[in-house]
Design a protein around this ligand. Structure first.
Ligand SMILES: Cc1cc2nc3c(=O)[nH]c(=O)nc-3n(C[C@H](O)[C@H](O)[C@H](O)COP(=O)(O)OP(=O)(O)OC[C@H]3O[C@@H](n4cnc5c(N)ncnc54)[C@H](O)[C@@H]3O)c2cc1C
Length: 451
């Protein structure tokens, strides 16, 4: 059988796992991976915390996929600006959208727009050297910082804020961010959870790590660790929640060590207003209680309020995918609607030809590895459907390279990326770091010319 051409839009974990699953499924599949960003690997490069280098080793697995002769990579080629649906459906038999969840969820409270009120999405992208966010400026000369949320992203942000320049200097954190860490004057970091300690979304190892930072005391007031009957039952049924709770108990104290920087973890609070004159000065919280709503323990306000002074608020309350031109979107779930990865709600000549994998398929949940199983499911679905199609779907053989060159697009192919990757590692080696990232394509291309 002749080649079946597949376009994968989004070169994060889901994109690379999809490409590998296609390669493994059948040698008829030939895959082109596109990404808006010049460099691949999505949140592995721009999300995973710089002091968690071991996790980034998964990039080696993706590089193996990228080197396969049936795979091509086109970095700096975003959908739909440079490749739109009309082009994709003419040139490819099947399309996979693996674009992740690029937006953040909002608190929707007054004062959210004040200077110093920041989403974890932009803050994380900033310290990780994301090309679209590296011009931002954040100031760590704040005595108090509030982190809203208690998931693993909140853990990353709280941990990094609690560290000093010296504790981060050997990571691949962007240089301009490291400069800010030189002026890190934070004394208190408040991690705020809407619900109780039995419902904390973080995982135990990430929480434990907070307690291992030199010079930092993690504080949970013992009174906050008392559990109601429903929460006790939740703990009985979940070993991961039990582990988190046991870790929280290790931090229980009312004795504050004034010689240390503090991470205060506080429960049952919802931010209601961010207050300040042009910039954040304090946050007003409403105390919550837990109520059972059809088996789900929800937070309900008690009309009792408290305020915490802070000049920075980082909202780490989750990510959101946004709609893509020409594709259906489920606003409520913030995903592209699909059945086991096959996009539903597409009529006409694209019906049955569009698939999704990763966060845009199932929402912003799960570790890097969970996208492998997820991508496999979507590829299985495509393979299952394959027999019902008379191929090829594509209307013509397209020379994508020629198409991009004619438009003067500086795209990055995989061999070029591998050279850039090597250069970044070499730059890092000289400074005792895993790598020093290029912040944009032109900087990388100039360095390649010199090399
Ligand atoms: C801050 C943070 C830290 C994390 N830390 C860990 C960790 O330590 N360990 C762990 O296992 N998991 C971690 N995760 C989870 C992990 O990163 C995700 O499970 C995974 O990245 C999701 O993969 P994805 O491919 O769906 O999305 P992404 O990784 O976001 O990849 C999507 C890709 O699509 C591209 N794209 C978007 N829109 C377009 C478009 N229109 N056209 C072309 N390309 C486009 C993006 O540029 C990106 O490269 C973390 C997540 C976050 C947010």
């Amino acid at each position: 059988m002749e080649k079946v051409k597949v376009a994968v839009i989004g070169a994060g974990p889901a994109g690379f796992y999809t490409a590998q699953a296609l390669l493994d499924a059948n040698e008829i599949f030939w895959v082109d991976i596109f990404d808006t960003l010049p460099f691949p690997y999505g949140l592995v490069r721009y999300g995973v915390a710089p002091d968690h280098q071991k996790i980034k080793a998964v990039a080696k697995v993706f590089a193996k996929t990228g080197r396969n002769k049936r795979v091509r990579f086109f970095g700096n080629v975003g959908y739909p600006d440079l490749i739109d649906l009309d082009l994709l459906k003419e040139c490819y038999d099947f399309l996979f959208f693996t674009v992740g969840a690029q937006a953040d969820r909002k608190l929707n409270i007054p004062g959210e727009e004040l200077k110093g009120s920041v989403s974890s999405t932009e803050f994380v992208y900033w310290y990780n050297g994301h090309p679209f966010f590296c011009q931002r400026k954040y100031n760590l000369q704040s005595r108090n910082v509030i982190v809203v949320g208690i998931g693993n992203v909140a853990m990353d942000v709280a941990r990094l804020l609690a560290k000093n320049y010296d504790q981060l200097n050997s990571t691949d954190m962007a240089d301009y961010a490291l400069e800010e860490w030189k002026r890190n004057e934070i004394e208190n970091i408040y991690v705020i959870a809407r619900r109780g300690p039995a419902q904390a979304k973080c995982s135990a190892p990430e929480l434990k790590e907070l307690g291992k930072i030199e010079g930092v005391q993690v504080v949970v007031s013992p009174s906050e660790l008392q559990l109601d009957e429903n929460s006790l039952r939740e703990l009985e049924n979940s070993s991961s929640a039990r582990k988190v709770y046991e870790t929280l108990k290790q931090f229980a104290t009312d004795n504050i060590d004034p010689s240390k920087r503090h991470i205060f973890i506080k429960f049952l609070l919802s931010p209601r207003e961010i207050l300040g004159n042009g910039k954040v000065e304090k946050v007003r919280f409403e105390k919550n209680r837990l109520v059972n709503k059809d088996g789900y323990l929800a937070a309900e306000g008690t009309a009792v309020f408290e305020e915490i002074n802070a000049s920075m608020v980082i909202k780490a309350i989750g990510y959101r995918s946004f709609p893509l031109e020409g594709l259906p979107f489920d606003e409520k779930a913030a995903i592209i609607p699909n059945e086991s990865g096959a996009v539903v709600g597409i009529e006409g000549d694209l019906a049955g030809r569009v698939y999704v994998a990763g966060w845009v398929k199932r929402g912003p949940r799960g570790l890097i590895g969970s996208n492998k199983k997820d991508a496999q499911q979507s590829v299985n679905k495509l393979v299952e459907n394959l027999t019902s199609f008379s191929l090829p779907f594509r209307k013509r053989e397209c020379d994508i390279k020629e198409y991009l060159s004619q438009r003067n697009v500086d795209y990055i192919d995989f061999p070029t990326w591998l050279k850039i990757d090597k250069l970044e590692e070499e730059r890092g080696k000289k400074l005792g770091k895993p790598r020093v990232k290029f912040l944009d394509l032109q900087e990388a291309l100039k360095a390649l010319e010199k090399d």
